[in-house]
Design a protein around this ligand. Structure first.
Ligand code: PAF
Length: 284
């Protein structure tokens, strides 16, 4: 694996891969890599003959008072993980390479509407930061395909919308969430949980799966199912930001004819904000 930290060196590596006829898959990350990231790298390899990964804790997607400073940074561990996952090139830019004129004056990319809904309503500016960083990274790496985890479902959809709107020549692939045996979705932020909170955390996924069952099997009305899930989570000690059922295609409110749905939630457990989602289908 070749590690580069400048745009010039990245471009050199990308053109070397292109000259040898490689198809490139790109996996952007913020590091602190876990088995979920390894799965993304493995999926990326199925779509391409070379894999480029990036590690950049993107300040633009953290709000004031959020965990930018304390976000876990584990560079040596990450290198070992990426090496064993067979990644070809690792791009690790400093802020001066990522935002050369300064992050305050960086040209931004924003998908209007959906960026301010669901998680966006609770984290103003977050998705604008994500799409700005991902757009720049994709312009630098120029991949054929870019791979994202569906645990960040809204992020995945926003990146698909941005890519389509800007006509970027890259295929966006979503990869299913990797879970612990007890159902907890893998996330770097799980490290923030105390041992007691870690015991309770899988109940977020359980609440979403229960909502799905109530709607699918018992025909419960969506609004009632959402409300019940909030009550279930509060009883387990969570402070939910939201639990919402939306249609998979665009995360808008489902109409009567929509059958492919997803329930998305964000909930605080102590000082940790967890997100998760469960896709499901209604029989027509
Ligand atoms: O999902 C993440 O790790 C980040 O939001 C991403 C896509 C790397 C952009 O900074």
């Amino acid at each position: 694996m070749i590690t580069v930290d400048t745009v010039a060196a990245l471009r050199e590596q990308v053109s070397r891969l292109r000259q040898s006829g490689k198809r490139i898959a790109f996996v952007p990350t913020m590091g602190n890599l876990h088995a979920g990231h390894v799965h993304l790298m493995q999926e990326a390899r199925r779509y391409a003959s070379a894999v480029v990964a990036s590690i950049y804790v993107n300040p633009l997607q953290f709000g004031q008072g959020e965990d930018f400073d304390s976000y876990p940074r584990t560079p040596s561990h990450d290198k070992v993980v990426l090496l064993s996952a067979g990644v070809d090139v690792l791009f690790k830019p400093a802020e001066s390479e990522m935002y050369p004129r300064g992050k305050a004056v960086q040209t931004f990319v924003e998908v209007p509407g959906l960026s301010d809904d669901l998680c966006g309503a609770f984290r103003p500016g977050h998705f604008r930061g994500v799409t700005t960083a991902v757009n720049r990274l994709m312009n630098l790496v120029t991949p054929d395909v870019a791979v994202f985890g569906k645990k960040d479902y809204q992020q995945w959809l926003l990146i698909r919308l941005m890519t389509a709107d800007l006509g970027l020549p890259v295929e966006i692939v979503g990869v299913d969430t990797v879970r612990e045996p007890d159902g907890l979705a893998l996330s770097s932020r799980n490290n923030y949980l105390s041992p007691e909170e870690r015991q309770v955390a899988p109940r977020l996924y359980e609440a979403l799966a229960r909502l799905r069952d109530r709607v699918q099997r018992e025909g419960m009305h969506l609004a009632a199912a959402e409300e019940n899930a909030v009550i279930d989570l509060q009883a387990d000690g969570f402070r939910p930001d939201y639990v919402k059922v939306r249609r998979q295609s665009d995360l808008q409110l489902p109409a009567a004819e929509d059958h492919r749905l997803v329930v998305l939630a964000a909930a605080w457990l102590g000082k940790t904000r967890l997100i998760d989602n469960v896709e499901f289908e209604l029989k027509s």
